[in-house]
Design a binder for this molecule. Structure first.
Ligand code: HEC
Length: 252
């Protein structure tokens, strides 16, 4: 009986173990913050300018994003919609999936729920993980997504790393010399970008933060409501307790 129970329990947690084994490459971590509207706004601007040409977010509407991020509708329409769409429309783009597939080997997927699919750490690492690889059709590869079909669209900002960048190693201080090791994820640049490595990391934090928000736009509201529910339960408990005492007062 006991043994069956143990075996049963083990089988029940197997899927969880499989999930944990999913991330085989080491990743850098990032902590999303959906209350940081300035960061989300910068992320939205980056996404519109550098990603939406290829990737849609067609399960969301511009209006929702402009409301949540506190960007006035006219400003949003003027600066963050390039397809001529109205603010109430879905965030589609006009690239044909078939043609894109023949250009890149794979069509650029819709990214509305990408943060749910891959997780924030994966996206943050992927965006910083491109490097030069002449054996690939577009001359670049990615340490997080091997043989990826996407070009390194942020070369102008980040630059192009000549060797595999050190994703998932983190910065550390050498105990003897006090030097910081791996402060810069790329040991050798093929071309330099317009941003300093630190600056680029912050920009990719904002972009990932925005994609995280898109995958779960009600997170802030849910947590706010959750707090009220807990406060309600706590206050309700006091009255329930007093009432209970009143009922049982004369029973001995
Ligand atoms: C020139 C077109 C193009 C642009 C611009 C572009 N991508 Fe991509 N992206 C692709 C293609 C094609 C793929 C599919 C690659 C594959 O499956 O091999 C892809 C894949 C991805 C994936 C991985 C999807 C998965 O499989 O889970 C992410 C994340 C991503 N892109 C994010 C971005 C972000 C963020 C930007 C803006 C900075 C961006 N992309 C700009 C073409 C593009």
């Amino acid at each position: 009986m006991m043994r069956k129970l143990i075996v049963g329990l083990f089988i029940a947690i197997l899927p969880a173990l499989g999930l944990a084994a999913g991330a085989s490459v080491p990743l850098d971590t990032m902590e999303p913050d959906h209350t940081n509207k300035a960061s989300l706004q910068r992320g939205a601007a980056l996404f519109t300018n550098y990603c939406m040409g290829c990737h849609s977010m067609e399960y969301a509407r511009y209006k929702r994003v402009s409301d949540d991020l506190g960007i006035p509708a006219e400003l949003y329409e003027e600066n963050l919609i390039f397809t001529g769409a109205k603010i109430g429309e879905l965030m589609k783009n006009s690239m044909s999936k078939e043609m894109a597939a023949s250009w890149f080997g794979a069509p650029p997927p819709d990214l509305t729920l990408e943060s749910r699919l891959r997780g924030e750490d994966w996206i943050y690492s992927y965006l910083r993980g491109f490097y030069k690889d002449e054996s690939r059709p577009l001359g670049v590869n990615n340490v997080v997504f091997e043989n990826v079909g996407m070009p390194h669209v942020l070369t102008g900002l980040q630059g192009l790393c000549a060797v595999e960048p050190r994703i998932g190693e983190g910065a550390s201080v050498d105990p003897l010399s006090g030097d910081v090791r791996n402060a810069d994820i790329c040991p050798e640049w093929e071309t330099e970008g317009s941003m300093e490595p630190e600056e680029f990391n912050r920009a990719m934090y904002d972009l990932t933060n925005f994609m995280s928000y898109m995958g779960d736009p009600v997170k802030v509201e849910r947590e706010r409501l959750g707090m009220f529910v807990l406060i309600f339960v706590a206050i309700f408990f006091i009255f329930a307790y007093l009432l209970n005492r009143e009922y049982w007062k004369d029973v001995h």
